[in-house]
Write a protein that binds this ligand. Sequence first.
Ligand code: DX5
Ligand code: ZN
Length: 222
Amino acid sequence: MILIAPSILSADFTRIEEAVKLVESSGADLVHVDIMDGHYVPNLTFGPRLVSLLKKKTALPLDVHLMVDNPNDVIPWFIEAGADWISIHIEASKHLHRDVSLIREAGRTAGLALNPATPLHTLNDIIKEIDFVLLMCVNPGRGSQPFIESSHEKIRSLRRWMKEHELKALLEIDGGVNLRNIQSLVKDGAQVFVAGNAVFNHPDPREAVRQMKETAREVDAS
Ligand code: DX5
Ligand code: ZN
């Protein structure tokens, strides 16, 4: 299972429709949309209106990553806007079970995102209730940051734990993913790959997605 989710955070915001069409025609599986509120992370990006407009422009599922304080307040906005996958930060939610239930009861795919220094055991009592874990491999807030190398071990530990307990959640990783490290990340056990810089700052973004997918699948099949 390999899914590629280009992040439009690295696209030209004045040509966002073009970026989404490009992602779609590249054979990518999801469109990753980074929502930043200027509080939880020191940056501002998009709101639900952009998500609802994107929803009309693409048939690909929208993977909406909420980097916001008080996610409970805004989850309904993004459900209404048509987000398909919704992840919230485990560090930002006051009532994890309530927030995850809100997403799932709306029939959407619910994920929990963990920052690089947040331990995996924070997932203990909730992992069976979620559809995916989003492990941050950079500190959230902006694109084009270098991959934090200790993330490899964290991905492997999570994969081991999931295997031992037959947990069904998908493992998504976000930050610093590129053509050079994707094979090692597949081997670690990651399944869903967010990539911003590696796609949109490539001279041929479509080709970048194609190569990432092909390269990842080479080791997945082995
Ligand atoms: C960072 C965002 C990422 C970002 C990844 O806070 O959550 O989704 O777009 O960008 P790259 O692939 O450039 O590290
Ligand atoms: Zn993200």
